[in-house]
Structure formats: structure tokens, C-alpha cells
Design a protein around this ligand. Structure first.
Ligand SMILES: Nc1ncnc2c1ncn2[C@@H]1O[C@H](COP(=O)(O)OP(=O)(O)OP(=O)(O)O)[C@@H](O)[C@H]1O
Ligand SMILES: [Mg+2]
Length: 436
């Protein structure tokens, strides 16, 4: 019976109310309530019975603190309270019975926390802050299950368009699919996640790196910047003279918080971050490897695919070619695919007008150019990411080869042989054969 207080939609409700039996506890509670920005008048004298009476005629608050001290049968009375409380209310019980069984029963009945008297300001504050964070989290569906997809977008080389794809996907998930989405820009010094949406990055990510212990649901709620109703961004524009001082724990903790607070996380993950923080891909469900059709990109696609196979074997990896110009790629698609031993899952055309339009409008590429072919392919990528969660078979069975990818690399063979160079090459190999 774990859910009389199942989290549900929020109406015009008070943020907080308390029904407390004794003045001593009220004296501890009121300053903390003021500190958290609530009205002290919401701390009323009275216990569980008063709470039930009051809430049967008024809307229940987001967070309710209720004193069980005068209740002969707390569990039973709590159930009475559940009947008058609206879904979504987070209930903190207070009592003077130090009994672990009662505590467990109360928690099992849907109570968020049980505080033992005499109350201390720190204990009350911690519990209320935690309750706020729980309340701020996205709501679970009726079955209590919530899926989350973490997508890491990695470029094989600089400038291939990884950030363009990351911001576009985040926009599609949040604006088109209406899914609560976090865009996590891990290009700490040069990130463009906020810039592409014409926003200031704020200090959120910098604060998180400097004070990882502060990271919790409430922190991310405050530290992230909003791009639309469903899209929040965590990014930085760290000064160029300030090196990245972190062991990476903050990043993992943030990823964890995103999993609780959102349904989609898109990580703009510069490849150089993988060197120091390989654990960043530990919990990625989908990894999009963005590449151009060049020799250098082919080499690094091979190396990254091989690395991902070892470090993120659970993730579905898809290769996305970007800036593809029909007929004039440095390396043909067939050669590229053979060399990386993987299919190109999506091919986004080069469209400089669309890129210019996005920059001019301060919108994501996909949002600024709805009718373009490039945006259509990006929407297909978004669909594939969303579909990946429903298709467990896809995960791990992808097109990644089993052999050593680097061993297969024949860079020379991939380059077009033309004119004199080709003739010289042919002559050299004939000479080599003759010499054998
Ligand atoms: N399909 C495309 N057609 C034309 N221009 C594009 C396309 N995709 C991205 N661009 C442009 O390429 C430039 C680099 O893109 P972006 O910043 O997304 O690359 P990146 O891989 O994140 O680079 P960095 O290595 O700096 O992080 C941007 O100016 C962007 O507008
Ligand atoms: Mg980038």
C-alpha cells in the first residue's frame, strides 16, 4: 500500500503547512520555515486530527508536516489523512515514539519522512529541503514507472556538428515530444548549448563542479536555465585561464540527478572529456557518434567505436554523418562504412543556409529550419533515440564489429587514386611484386 501520496499534478496549492501539537516544536520549526521562504502562519497549533479536519475543506499543500503525538493509532489516522490529501502532497510526520517498526510502517504507507521529537533545526531543515526536491521531481506515471534515456553526443573531430545535433535533439524531445529534457553541455570552456538558444549559460555547472556536495534535486532545479517549458540546460563558459579542476564525480552526480528529474538527458560530450572521465558514458543508453566523411574522422571514428565497445558495451551506438555533400565527400560512404566496420545510421546533408538561419534566429538548427532535409534527418535521429528504449534487442546487437577495428584501418586504400599519384602508386606496387 505504498502510495496514498502518489505524486500527481499540482494545482493552486500552498507550498507548505504544518499542524504541530506543542509550542516547543513550533518554535524550532518557524525560523526554518521562514528561512525556506514560507509563511510562519502556516505552522498551526494542532495535531493529525486538526490536519484531517482542515484539509477536508481546503486544498492540501505541496508539503505537509503533521504531528502524530496525540494520535492513539498513528497508522490508522494516517490513512484518514490520505483520504483528504490531494495526490502529490509530500507528508512529513513528527512524533515522540522511537520505534523502528512504526517508522517503517509509516514510510510504507507513503509518508516521506518521520522526525522524532525533540526537533532540531538542522533535522527539520534537511527533511524539508529533501521534501522540496522530491516534490520538484517530474511526476511518475500511474504505474509508478518512469523511463529515462540518456543520450551522449560525441564528435569524432572538432566542428563536425556534435553540438548542433545535441541541441537540436534536446529541442525536439522537449518541444515536439513534450518530454522533460536536460541538456548537459560538457564543453566546459567552449560550449555552445546555451549560445545556440540565445541564452546565457549562467553559473550552474561551474557551481556544481566547485561544490559537488551541493548537487541535489533542488540544486539542479535552481541552477539550470530554462529554454522552454520542458527544456533545462546546464552549461558553463569557464574562463580560458581556469583549468578544469574536478575528479568528475560532480558530472556523475549530475547525470544521476537528471535521471530522477527528467525523462531525457542529452549530453554534449566532447571527445577529449572521455580521456579523463571515461565513466561519463557508464549510464548512457544511446551514444551518437557524429562524424564527417573525412580521413581524419574515419580514423577517429574507428578509435572511438573501439573505445566505446570496451567502455560502454551496454549502450546503443549510432554513427551519424553530418555536413554530407552529395558526391563530394573526401571519402565515399561505402569506403567509410567498410573502414569503420559500421553502417552510417543517419546522413545529415550539409546545409549552410540552414546553419546561418539558426545562428541568425538564435534557435536550434532543427527548430529554425523545420522544412529542411537536414532537420528531417535530425527528427529521424530523435525518433530512433526514443525508439531505442522500447527495443531492447537493438541495444548491444548494433552494427559494431567484433574484430579489432584499428587493425582493419587501411587509410591509403580509402583515398581516391587519381592521375599521376595513382599511376605512381600502381607502378610502385608492380615494382614491389616484381621484387618479391
Ligand atoms: N549539417 C550542417 N550543415 C552546415 N553547417 C552545419 C551543419 N551542422 C553543423 N553545422 C555548422 O558547423 C559548425 C560547427 O558545428 P558544432 O559547433 O555543432 O560542431 P561541434 O562538433 O560541436 O564542434 P566543437 O568541436 O567545437 O564542439 C557550426 O557553425 C554549425 O552551424
Ligand atoms: Mg561542440
Amino acid at each position: 500500500m505504498n502510495a496514498p501520496w502518489k505524486v500527481g499534478p499540482q494545482g493552486n496549492r500552498d507550498s507548505f503547512a504544518a499542524f504541530i501539537c506543542d509550542e516547543t516544536s513550533l518554535d524550532v520549526l518557524r525560523p526554518v520555515v521562514i528561512e525556506l521562504g514560507w509563511q510562519p502562519e502556516k505552522c498551526k497549533k494542532g495535531g493529525l486530527r486538526n490536519a484531517v479536519q482542515s484539509l477536508s475543506i481546503t486544498a492540501s499543500p505541496n508539503i505537509l508536516m503533521v504531528d502524530l503525538s496525540e494520535s492513539g493509532d498513528p497508522l490508522n489516522d494516517i490513512n484518514a489523512l490520505a483520504e483528504v490529501c490531494e495526490p502529490g502532497t509530500i507528508v512529513i510526520a513528527i512524533g515522540q515514539v522511537n520505534d523502528v517498526r512504526l517508522y517503517r510502517d509509516l514510510i510504507a504507507s507513503g509518508i516521506h519522512d518521520y522526525l522524532l521529537k525533540p526537533l532540531s533545526p538542522a533535522q527539520v531543515r534537511d527533511s524539508l529541503v529533501m521534501a522540496q526536491a522530491v516534490f520538484a521531481q517530474p511526476k511518475h506515471d500511474a504505474a509508478g514507472t518512469k523511463r529515462h534515456i540518456t543520450t551522449a553526443v560525441i564528435g569524432t573531430r572538432g566542428g563536425v556538428g556534435a553540438s548542433t545535433l545535441a541541441t537540436s535533439l534536446a529541442w525536439l524531445f522537449s518541444a515536439d515530444n513534450k518530454l522533460p529534457t536536460a541538456l548537459f553541455d560538457l564543453d566546459i570552456h567552449f560550449g555552445t548549448g546555451a549560445l545556440s538558444l540565445d541564452l546565457e549559460p549562467g553559473r550552474g555547472l561551474t557551481d556544481a563542479i566547485e561544490n559537488p556536495s551541493r548537487i541535489d534535486g533542488l540544486f539542479i532545479e535552481r541552477a539550470m536555465i530554462r529554454a522552454n517549458d520542458n527544456l533545462a540546460i546546464l552549461s558553463a563558459e569557464a574562463p580560458i585561464n581556469s583549468p578544469l579542476m574536478t575528479d568528475g564525480a560532480a558530472f556523475l552526480q549530475l547525470e544521476e540527478e537528471f535521471r530522477h528529474a527528467f525523462e531525457m538527458t542529452v549530453i554534449d560530450l566532447p571527445r577529449n572529456m572521455l580521456i579523463n572521465f571515461p565513466q561519463l558514458v557508464n549510464d548512457a543508453n544511446v551514444i551518437l557518434l557524429v562524424t564527417e566523411m573525412t580521413l581524419a574522422s574515419a580514423r577517429d571514428a574507428i578509435r572511438l567505436l573501439s573505445w566505446l565497445k570496451a567502455n560502454a558495451p551496454h549502450a546503443e551506438v549510432m554513427v551519424v554523418a553530418n555536413k554530407v555533400q552529395g558526391g563530394i565527400t573526401e571519402i565515399s560512404r561505402a569506403d567509410f562504412e567498410t573502414s569503420i566496420e559500421s553502417k552510417i545510421a543517419f546522413s545529415i546533408p550539409y546545409d549552410i543556409k540552414a546553419a546561418a538561419n539558426a545562428a541568425k534566429l538564435g534557435h536550434t538548427f532543427v527548430d529554425a529550419n523545420r522544412a529542411s532535409k537536414a532537420a528531417a534527418v535530425m527528427r529521424d535521429v530523435a525518433k530512433a533515440v526514443l525508439g531505442s528504449a522500447d527495443d531492447d534487442d537493438v541495444i548491444d546487437s548494433g552494427s559494431r564489429g567484433k574484430k579489432s577495428l584499428l587493425g582493419k584501418l587501411d587509410l591509403k586504400a580509402m583515398l581516391p587514386k587519381k592521375g599521376k599519384a595513382a599511376a605512381k602508386d600502381a607502378a610502385m606496387s608492380e615494382a614491389a611484386i616484381a621484387a618479391e
